[in-house]
Design a protein. Structure first.
Length: 241
């Protein structure tokens, strides 16, 4: 009888603990997926975070000035380690770099971005030669390389820093993003996916990430890659339907 009376409170306490854990998890997740208000963002710093100068794989500079004719694009598609590899492996790409974009805090650190208090997303800067590839081809890599319907997450990675985004440098890039998004959205709906949640905005400051993040999966071939596509192909080009 004494053992019986001793077990019942344990079950009740266990239930309370599970309830508290569930509530805290829900609140924490909700906080991580809400954009920070500008007045609540971290102050950052005036000086850039030290990082490498040369691409570990391609051997090219990762910072401008780039050679004449080379154009740039900025994409965000979840964890930037795997995203960057997709682009440095793409034909016609001169160089790539990972960093933080779309937010408020100047020159943030990785830890600050992960706190959700900078407004930034993990992003990839892609410098490409338009005579060897096109912006539309890079958009194909972008759309097919992740799931743009997941809001403030990508797979198991949850938070505003993992949101999908395409930042345009000019009207031509904006129009290309919007056109490809419309075509890909139709393909996704046909495959049973929801609405595309990708942020489309003008390119703002791109803050380079720390050296150990640059070309991370080349330096750590067995490293984590949380990026995965939907298996849906994205039509590109003027004749695409």
């Amino acid at each position: 009888m004494r053992r019986g009376r001793g077990r019942a409170p344990a079950r009740r306490n266990g239930g309370v603990r599970e309830w508290v854990y569930a509530v805290l998890t829900m609140l924490f997740t909700r906080t991580k997926t809400q954009m920070i208000a500008p007045e609540d963002a971290l102050p950052g710093r005036d000086s850039p975070i030290p990082t490498s100068e040369t691409h570990y794989v391609l051997g090219t500079p990762i910072k401008p000035p780039f050679p004449e004719g080379v154009q740039t694009a900025v994409f965000a598609m979840g964890c930037f380690w795997g995203a960057e590899r997709m682009f440095w492996e793409a034909p016609g790409v001169y160089t790539t770099a990972v960093g933080y974009a779309g937010g408020i805090t100047p020159n943030p650190t990785y830890e600050e971005v992960c706190s959700g208090r900078t407004g930034h997303t993990e992003a990839v800067l892609v410098a490409f030669d338009p005579e060897k590839t096109s912006y539309e081809e890079l958009l194909k890599v972008f759309w097919e390389g992740h799931d743009p319907t997941q809001g403030m997450r990508q797979g198991n990675d949850v938070g505003t820093q993992y949101r999908s985004a395409a930042y345009y440098a000019d009207d031509a890039q904006r129009e290309a993003i919007e056109a490809s998004q419309a075509m890909f959205s139709e393909r996704l709906r046909g495959a049973g996916y929801g609405d595309v949640t990708t942020e489309v905005a003008a390119t703002g400051p791109f803050y380079y990430a720390e050296d150990y993040h640059q070309q991370y999966l080349a330096k750590n071939p067995n490293g984590y890659c949380g990026v995965g596509g939907t298996g849906v192909s994205c039509p590109v080009g003027l004749g695409a339907k």
